[in-house]
Design a protein around this ligand. Structure first.
Ligand code: ADP
Length: 622
């Protein structure tokens, strides 16, 4: 069986979260089971800087995008440590290298993500012919690769060799669905047949993940409990109806852990090593953690936390509970490693200043330090509001650090209360405090604590078990693809003629999706694609503040400035026009500003876009 696993991040090439861990480890476990597996991700700046990315498979693969062909170069390397697993890299510097970040400049809204990742999906579908690797199964992950499933069924249906494949879509976190105005999808070259409810639209907006759920042959998510939870209104993020309709295709498979990377007996980031048979090294890690964190030595419990600082993780509840505990018991220590929402960062900074020498908040992404927190803490805090699977609780158990977790999603499936950690039901300070108190009691019972540590360390968290479950899902997907009945409802009105990309007229900002955003995307060597929306609260307030008779006479002006020469290009635009393909100098660096001008008033800057770089042309036309 041949499987092509596509993801927007793959450890160790590019990582922002748990998806990268899965996409890095599962292929190796599949290979060990005899599956022929290849991996594909975009070539980001960080990937280009790696020394192992050298081999060119194809110089120039044409790829349809936004009404024209935007070719890419296809490179190949292998999974570090697994030379039998090829990794294909899609190189298109305009799409993937104009910025350092993976997901664009606009935090939260993903800025230009729809362009990058729709392009990525288009490019993915070119891989079989470019490489000769024709997968039996496409394993797609999250919204960034979701479009492959519908495109394969409709646009590529007449390419028998490619279209024979089945698709499996894994939802790593339903909170991220790839929601974009349908006109954004149209402009990125999604054929209009898809842009209807029941295909790629969900309540009037393009929803790439919903599209994949409709067109895939199997859908998985990353724990059994989360697979049940997402059928409910509380956890379904609006897709509970669609997922319930597809529940026969939905399977929960808990993530494994990359037990080679995460191993306290070899982890190069630890000052001392240990295993379940001899925990002495863990004590040294604890001392090193306190020292490295500038915390006072203690014989009381050390609580650790490594997390993105976002609402999902429930850390707002940790704050009052730990504040009270630290106030009550001067022997307690807390180390928090994480970055994210400014309000949470401020709150942990504040907690640190209230308990000097006893709380350390390191508000950054720091992989080596995360190992030390996992190994050096006595207990690990993870009270998530929702948690599709969670890796940190697995890492902490493997490192002999019992986790304190809410009984939700993958946390429920992996932590056994009183045996490998502590669990609690409701997310409130009282329930968390009760679990933390139980941990503090166990801390005073050295033999009991060692038993819990060993139980966690001896559990099999490897990928081998999960990989076997994925192989079964692949088989089921292949069978279902052969039968095809599950797609009848979504495919019934597909026109017999090939569906092609049409570039539609510019459309208004749809209501219900208000944002203030200006994004610049290098589109070709001398073209900068600019798009903007003035639908958010800030611009609404600005316009409301104007004299009523001035409002209809507002002018908008978009300025692109070459940041080194200071040379500016201006465009007068009207409020509803949202895209502009600007002719610019190849190799230039541009930032953008959008001003609102009302008669008799000085221009107001409404939006700005940070600098983007136009890479030099590496694809001469052939
Ligand atoms: P999610 O994918 O929702 O962020 P997971 O628990 O599934 O949560 O995976 C998080 C991964 O990211 C883990 O490997 C964790 O160690 C890592 N991580 C999160 N925040 C940080 C940080 N600030 N520094 C280092 N690693 C981090």
């Amino acid at each position: 069986m041949k499987v092509l696993l596509a993801a927007s991040e793959v450890h160790p090439f590019a990582k922002t979260g748990g998806l990268a861990d899965v996409a890095g480890a599962l292929p190796r476990a599949l290979h060990a089971l005899g599956i022929e597996v290849a991996v594909c991700l975009p070539l980001y700046p960080k990937v280009r800087r790696r020394s192992d990315v050298r081999e060119v498979v194809a110089e120039h693969v044409s790829c349809p995008f936004a009404g024209e062909s935007r070719p890419f170069k296809l490179l190949r390397t292998t999974m570090p440590g697994s030379p039998e697993v090829p990794v294909y890299l899609i190189e298109n510097p305009w799409m993937f290298e104009a910025e350092e970040q993976l997901y664009g400049t606009e935090p939260g809204s993903y800025g230009d993500g729809h362009l990058r990742f729709l392009y990525f999906c288009r490019a993915l579908l070119k891989i079989p012919h470019a490489t000769g690797f024709f997968p039996d199964v496409w394993h797609l992950n999250d919204w960034q690769t979701a479009l492959v499933a519908p495109l394969l069924r409709a646009v590529h249906r007449n390419d028998a060799e490619v279209a024979a494949a089945a698709t499996v879509t894994t939802i790593h976190n339903l909170a991220y669905q790839g929601v974009f105005p349908s006109k954004d999808l149209a402009h990125a070259g999604v054929p209009s047949w898809f842009l209807q409810e029941g295909k790629l639209l969900e309540d009037g907006l393009g929803n790439l993940l919903a599209g994949a759920v409709r067109f895939s042959d199997a859908v998985t998510t990353v724990s059994r409990t989360y697979a049940r939870e997402i059928l409910t209104e509380e956890y379904g993020n609006g897709l509970e109806g669609l997922l319930s309709w597809r529940k026969d295709l939905l399977v929960g498979i808990v993530n494994g852990l990359d037990t080679e990377t995460w191993d306290p007996s070899t982890d190069p980031n630890l000052p001392a090593h240990y295993d379940a048979g001899d925990l002495a090294g863990k004590r040294d890690c604890r001392d090193a953690l306190l020292e490295e964190s500038d915390l006072q030595p203690t014989d009381g419990p050390v609580f650790g936390c490594v997390s993105r600082l976002v609402d999902q993780k429930g850390l707002d509840v940790v704050l009052p509970v730990m504040d009270a505990l630290l106030g009550r018991d001067p022997s307690v220590r807390l180390v928090v490693l994480g970055s994210g929402q400014p309000d949470l960062e401020d709150a942990f900074r504040d907690l640190e200043s209230r308990h000097p020498g006893r709380v350390h908040a390191r508000l950054t992404f720091d992989a080596p330090f995360s190992s030390l927190v996992e190994a050096g803490s006595d207990f690990f805090l993870m009270p998530s509001r929702f948690e599709p699977c969670g890796l940190n609780q697995l890492i902490s158990m493997r490192y002999g650090t019992p986790p304190i977790v809410r009984r939700v999603g993958g946390l429920r499936d992996t932590v056994t209360d009183g045996v490998t950690g502590f669990t609690f039901e409701e997310l409130n300070p009282g329930a968390l405090a009760e679990a933390v108190d139980r941990a503090c009691s166990l801390y005073r019972d050295a033999a009991g604590l060692d038993r819990m540590r060993e139980a966690g360390m001896e559990t099999d968290w490897s990928w081998a078990r999960s990989a076997r479950e994925y192989v079964q899902v692949y088989r089921d997907a292949i069978d279902r693809r052969a039968d095809g009945g599950h797609l009848d409802a979504v495919m019934q009105d597909l026109p017999p003629e090939p569906i092609e990309v049409e570039l539609p007229e510019l459309a208004d900002v749809p209501s219900g999706y208000p944002r203030d955003v200006l994004t610049l995307v290098p589109f070709s060597p001398d073209t900068l694609f600019c798009f903007w929306e003035l639908g958010g609260e800030a611009s609404a307030a600005r316009i409301a503040a104007l004299e009523p008779d001035a409002r209809p006479r507002i002018r908008y002006r978009l300025t692109l400035t070459e940041t080194r020469t200071g040379e500016a290009i201006h465009a007068e635009i009207d409020g509803t026009t949202q895209q502009w393909f600007a002719k610019v100098a190849p190799g230039g660096r541009y930032r953008g500003e959008l001003h609102i001008e009302a008669p008799g008033q000085p221009p107001q800057r409404a939006l700005d876009a940070p600098e983007v770089r136009l890479p030099a042309d590496v694809y001469p036309e052939v």
